[in-house]
Write a protein that binds this ligand. Sequence first.
Ligand code: F3S
Length: 411
Amino acid sequence: MSLELTAEEADLLAGRGGRAARKAMEILVALGRIYGADRLLRVASVQVSGVSFHNLGEAGLEWLEEMAADGHAAALATLNPAGMDLEAWREQGVDEAFAARQLRVVEAYRRMGIAAECTCTPYLIGNLPAPGEHLAWSESSAVAFANTVLGARTNREGGPSALAAALTGRTPAYGLHLDEGRRPAVEVSLEISELREGAGTAAWGALGCALGRLTAGRVPLVRGAPARVSLPELKSFCAAVVTFGGSPLVHLEGVTPEAALARWGGARARPAERLALTDEHLAAARASLDDGPTDPLDMVCLGCPHASLAELAEVARRLEGRRVKATTWICTARATAAAAERLGLVAAIERSGARVVRDTCFVVAPLAGHVRTVATDSAKGCFYARGHNALSVRLGTVEQCLEAAVAGRWP
Ligand code: F3S
């Protein structure tokens, strides 16, 4: 199948839209050819990863500054978390050399017209697609949320391909953009006693971990979830499922707009392969996410993925009149924090000694060497805090994590 370009796209590829747009189009055409796309699709929005200087390095920064010389966004685009709070980085103990480079990264994106909103929950701050819209998002938890909860269509882009999509407003038509790529391939029934309504973020993160491992990249149709699943639970689930090898689209019955089999051709579309996910799978997932006793506990992190306003309100309520002993970060988007400030929630949280941390998180910030042990309610956070920052981790509920923050050790 050959990739057909419109006249406008061919112009961009020929360099008539400038050097950055030509490079961007070259990336998209190469990807389209590799994956057998027959056309490019217009995207409703883009979410660009490759923002933390911790992950990007000097070569990445130079490439971005080169693209910023004449590149300009052709679609709404926001950024993934950076390696520090872009304003309060001194308070975080970030060194000057790192901060200078991190600020240059964000400035390069700004010059390209990409909103310097550094968050993994862009859908909470206005980058909110409608069902069926095509996107080019790269943060894995946001990609899974967009496909699974919002019913929008995006592959999991890398930093360069997402930037290419931002600069052209296009992405190749393959994978999860097409009906063929979204068809359920395996059916999973949830046979888990503890998965009641209100089970919480840690339980849903462990479920995402178990499902990701069980289905290994195939698109699952998941049956037997509670009738109501909260936004924080869905965020946690979506973040974990991809982290542990699952597909960035899960047809979660009762949640995903296109989960009904009727959408795929009725009973004939029912996957032949059927699996059960049981209490044993969940217990194994939980055990694998927790490194066991940590005393003292250096740090507690909530807001992975970035916290919503309602989650910040819950933290403020639980910490009222208390003081934390462990360093405590509640990570969120700057825009969400601004709304929380107006409601008095940031002041309420920070009176306890905890910090509302904007633009970054405990995984992309360079914490290795400064912190050894961390407690979190995020299964994804456990995985990457170990890998990126060499931390020892404890997985617990929001309540357990905040009790641990106050006690300075795991309760
Ligand atoms: Fe977001 Fe950082 Fe967690 S990018 S999903 S808060 S690891």
